[in-house]
Design a protein around this ligand. Structure first.
Ligand code: ASP
Length: 458
């Protein structure tokens, strides 16, 4: 009887104490997006570089707030302001225009601690709509102000106002048409911006800001200022910011649906996001950035690209113009081989695109990384990246790379050695050799901890 009772008590207390999966695994975490939609492979180098730089600046601004113990709401506003001021994104300066050539801006912000939220729609003179949305939250009893009333409120609040021309960007085809410039044939201008954050006090926040969709009807409002559609945050589940065809996000209450799946169906953040991105929204519609109350970041898109980035207190700091399929922790060996092979092939394509930062992604920002080549050993992520940068000072010197003849050797349960052949086709001097990589399974992904490259004689 006593045994049964103590067993019962043990099970009872096990259920009472929070499971380790529920414990925050990081002190703070932040993710940003700069819009889903276009295919970055089709962009001019200049546009790719501008996007990357903008993402890094915004992520650093948000990170600085969280790292120093600041609030999630402040981090979200800080990151979004940087993106609104950057003309390569479709929010604030650089917004897309309505059919009749005007910028009408939408934004919203939500505090996961109190569920207080504020939003503006169709503003035409406010430099930073995200700041105005926050003022609607803190200075009025309302949630959403639209049109001329919102602009008047901006005047009243003495926030910086600008002339409508301020928003125009030469990246946008409406602007080009208006100024008799040839249309940018590459793609429509995407680039709505958003941010989600978890701060050191365990509070979540989310925000989104946009010029809407290109060539929209005057007065059209999308999902970005609609809490529950484009933005949502609640401390018991997650924070969400979406980007894509706003009408679809409104129809499916996308942002709230992620939180609802977690709250009522006890689903993981990853499962909830995957469900929406693969089962509810049609392919090609958009993307999402999310962070859970434990600091897990999940970002997905079903469009060719999504500008985005993530950072957390473990030292993670990465930005992307598109995401490769994320590996998953539960794979068996065969699966692990498949995932690692996919990472290696993705690296080949990132290298061939001249995208060194994406190429370095599987290394993450680790001090433990060892890279050896030509008898020289480099330690740490930053040193390895710097040595690549030195060796390949520009895209032209990098050339097309291929990896082949992959062989896998299991090292315990959570590590894998991979050997293979590399080839670099450059105009003047194609080179190649063997490589050995050691991958370690960490949390939800595989990371390269050792890389040895040898050059074979021609
Ligand atoms: N969701 C935004 C809207 O429909 C557009 C975008 O994310 O690109 O207004």
């Amino acid at each position: 009887m006593r045994i049964i009772l103590s067993l019962f008590l043990a099970v009872f207390f096990m259920n009472l104490s929070p499971s380790s999966a529920d414990e925050p695994s990081v002190q703070w975490a932040i993710a940003i997006h700069g819009g889903a939609g276009g295919n970055p492979a089709k962009w001019e180098d200049r546009k790719r570089a501008a996007r990357k730089e903008g993402l890094e600046k915004a992520l650093s601004a948000g990170k600085a707030v969280l790292e120093s113990g600041g609030e999630a709401m402040d981090a979200v506003e800080a990151a979004i302001r940087v993106l609104e001021d950057d003309a390569s994104f479709n929010a604030g300066r650089g917004a897309v225009l309505t059919e009749d050539g005007k910028a009408e801006l939408d934004a919203s912000i939500m505090d996961g601690k109190t569920r207080a939220c504020g939003a503006v729609a169709g503003v035409t003179r406010t430099k930073n709509p995200i700041g105005l949305a926050r003022l609607v939250m803190s200075q009025t009893k309302h949630v959403l102000l639209a049109g001329p009333g919102a602009d008047e409120f901006a005047e009243e609040q003495k926030v910086p106002l600008v002339k409508p021309d301020y928003f125009l960007s030469k990246f946008d085809n409406s602007y080009r048409r208006k100024n008799n410039l040839a249309a940018d044939a590459s793609e429509p201008h995407f680039g709505t911006v958003g941010c989600v954050a978890l701060d050191q006090s365990g509070n979540l926040a989310a925000g989104t800001s946009t010029g809407g969709t290109a060539q929209k009807l005057p007065g059209r409002v999308g999902d970005s200022p609609i809490v529950g559609a484009g933005t949502y945050a609640s401390n018991d589940t997650c924070a969400v910011s979406g980007t894509g065809v706003g009408e679809e996000y409104i129809r499916h209450s996308v942002a709230y649906d992620i939180a609802a799946q977690m709250r009522y169906a006890n689903r993981s953040l990853e499962d909830a996001v995957t469900e929406v991105m693969t089962q509810r929204l049609e392919q090609g519609v958009g993307g999402l950035i999310t962070v859970s109350r434990t600091g897990k970041i999940e970002m997905q898109h079903n469009t060719p690209g999504m500008s985005c980035g993530a950072a957390d207190s473990t030292g993670r700091f990465d930005t992307h113009l598109k995401l490769a399929a994320e590996p998953d922790a539960g794979e068996d060996r065969e699966n692990a081989e498949r995932v690692i092979a996919a990472i290696i092939h993705q690296q080949a394509s990132d290298w061939s695109d001249g995208d060194l930062d994406a190429f370095m992604k599987p290394y993450w920002r680790s001090d433990n990384l060892t890279f050896s080549s030509g008898g020289k050993v480099t330690r740490g992520f930053d040193a390895t990246l710097a040595s690549y940068r030195k060796r390949y000072p520009d895209k032209a010197t990098m050339g097309m790379t291929t990896f082949s003849d992959l062989e896998f050797l299991k090292l315990g349960d959570d590590a894998m050695q991979v050997i293979g052949t590399w080839k670099l086709d450059r105009d003047k001097d194609p080179i190649g050799g063997k490589f050995t990589l050691v991958f370690k399974r960490i949390d939800h992904a595989w990371k390269i901890v050792h890389d040895h490259t040898s050059l074979l004689a021609k």
